[in-house]
Every structure is written in structure tokens, then in C-alpha cells.
Design a protein around this ligand. Structure first.
Ligand SMILES: [Zn+2]
Length: 296
């Protein structure tokens, strides 16, 4: 609970700073559109929720950040708009500019700009001892791994221009995590991989639930990820659940928040039962845990 309280305070501070920064740049009557940025921290691996409360004086808008551009979409509350951007886990620290363009019903475009500072983050590292077939996959499966990588990338390449989620994100299981998002993994003393998800200590066979509502864009057994489900939540936000023992949804299916999508397992590159949970925001790989606190 302490972490949650600290996070909320940061979000409020950020909102106040943005609202102040925008006051001089956005003409219009008091009570006009207010852009709010909500985030846990401005560090690699963190998502940012861009929300706009409008009195009807904004028709549409877009957000540009760190080389990516996305449209604002109508939010769940009347007159609200939202968009998601993310700071990739491998992003470099330093200044970054977030630009919001707002289109009024009568045509004019207003540009609002926020200068942000991305602060460096020290991620943990660990040694892993994996079976040789996963460290150096046999030639016979390398084509399969490459093909599956392309299928996964394709599944997340189409951005649904509407928010499909239903309120805040929830954890796919109440089990504790290893807090290992962003971990640098050394296999047999060679830097093998970057852990771009979060592992939850879920016992074998327990249900894995959708972290938010959306549509299943992949439900397949992958060589590395094992039995995997990827859910499109809209606006470029995707969540993925790996190493399951059983898949309980199919590609194309709509899922509710909290719906069981599969059962925990240890399929693919895994040393024991656990859930590998990951989230992408546009192309940015972010800490799933940070999604839980976005004020949706
Ligand atoms: Zn993992």
C-alpha cells in the first residue's frame, strides 16, 4: 500500500506541473481542455497515460513521444480522451519531448509540448543455468524460432484505434512476482538476454486471467515462450502471458477483464512453473506492474 500511495502522489504532482505548463500555451477559457500525464516514474520500462478532459472543444488529437506517434481516442468518461505511450526498457536516459496536438471542431490545431527528463534505472542481473538447447537452440529449430518471432511481431503490429480495456489493469494472478522486469540474464557467463517481462510465482495449473478486457490476437505454443496468449487492449497496448500448460481462449476471441485465458505451466524456455507476463505500449517494452496503477 505504501508504494501505491507514493505513486499516486507522483501522478498528482505531474498533473499539476503539466496543467501549469499548458496554461500559457493553450488559449481558451478557464475550464478548457486539460492534458494530464500519469506515470510511476520517468524511467526506462515505464508506461505513461496521456489523458485529456474536454468540454467538447476538442474534436481529436495525437501524441508524439520518443519517435512514436499515436492518436488520442475517446475515453470511458464523457468528453475524455486518452492515449498510451511508453519508455522502452532499453531507452537511454536524457531529455525527451512529449507533444500533444489538439484539433478543434472548427479546424485549428493547437500544439502543446512538455519537456521530460528520463532518469536512468539500474536493473538487476542474474546468472541462469538453462539446458543447452535453449542457450544455443539446435539448427533444426532456429527457423521455427525466427518464424514464431515474426508471428508474434505481426500480432502486435496492428493498432486498434479504440480503447478496449475496462477500467484499471489487474494482475493475472495474485501470486507474488520475482520483481525481475528488465533483468540482464547471463547464461553460462554470456549475456544471453534481457528479461522484458515480469515473472509471477504462480503454482502449476492455477488460472491465468486477462489483465484487462480486449481481443486475443495470438494463442499458440511457441518454442521459447511456450503456450502463449497475447491480448490487444487497443491503442497499441498488448499484454502477453507465457509458459502456460493449457490455453483456454482462441485467436480473435474477445475477453473480459479477469477472464481465465489459460492455466499456469512450464512450457517453452522455462525452468519451472511460473507466469511470464509482459506488456507492450506501441513498441515500448514496459513493466507490467506499472500498468496496475494507471488511473484508468
Ligand atoms: Zn519471464
Amino acid at each position: 500500500m505504501a508504494a501505491r500511495a507514493a505513486w499516486a502522489a507522483l501522478a498528482i504532482a505531474a498533473a499539476a506541473a503539466i496543467a501549469g505548463g499548458f496554461a500559457g500555451q493553450v488559449p481558451g477559457p478557464a475550464g478548457g481542455p486539460v492534458v494530464r500525464l500519469s506515470y510511476r516514474a520517468l524511467q526506462p520500462g515505464e508506461p505513461i497515460l496521456v489523458s485529456l478532459r474536454s468540454d467538447g472543444s476538442v474534436r481529436s488529437g495525437s501524441v508524439a513521444f520518443m519517435g512514436r506517434r499515436t492518436d488520442l481516442a475517446p475515453g470511458p468518461r464523457k468528453g475524455s480522451f486518452l492515449a498510451f505511450v511508453g519508455i522502452d526498457v532499453q531507452a537511454k536516459a536524457g531529455p525527451a519531448v512529449l507533444v500533444v496536438k489538439l484539433v478543434r471542431p472548427d479546424g485549428p490545431v493547437e500544439t502543446v509540448r512538455k519537456d521530460l527528463l528520463i532518469v536512468d534505472k539500474a536493473f538487476p542481473s542474474t546468472k541462469l543455468t538453462l539446458a543447452q538447447k535453449f542457450v544455443t537452440p539446435p539448427a533444426s529449430v532456429q527457423a521455427r524460432i525466427k518464424r514464431e518471432g515474426e508471428i508474434v511481431a505481426l500480432a502486435m503490429s496492428v493498432i486498434t484505434p479504440a480503447w478496449l480495456g475496462d477500467g484499471p489493469f489487474v494482475a493475472p494472478n495474485e501470486a507474488a512476482s520475482w520483481s525481475n522486469f528488465g533483468q540482464r540474464r547471463l547464461n553460462n557467463n554470456v549475456l544471453q538476454s534481457l528479461h522484458t517481462g515480469l515473472d509471477l510465482r504462480v503454482p502449476f495449473g492455477e488460472p491465468i486471467k486477462a489483465a484487462n478486457a480486449g481481443r486475443v490476437v495470438l494463442a499458440a505454443d511457441l518454442y521459447m515462450g511456450g503456450m502463449t496468449v497475447i491480448i490487444d487492449h487497443g491503442l497499441g497496448v498488448f499484454s502477453s502471458y507465457g509458459h502456460m500448460s493449457k490455453l483456454l481462449v482462441k485467436r480473435g476471441e474477445s475477453v473480459k477483464k479477469g477472464q481465465t485465458v489459460g492455466l499456469c505451466g512450464s512450457t517453452g524456455r522455462s525452468t519451472g512453473p511460473h507466469l511470464h507476463w509482459s506488456v507492450r505500449v506501441l513498441d515500448a517494452r514496459v513493466d507490467p506492474e506499472a500498468m496496475l496503477h494507471l488511473p484508468l
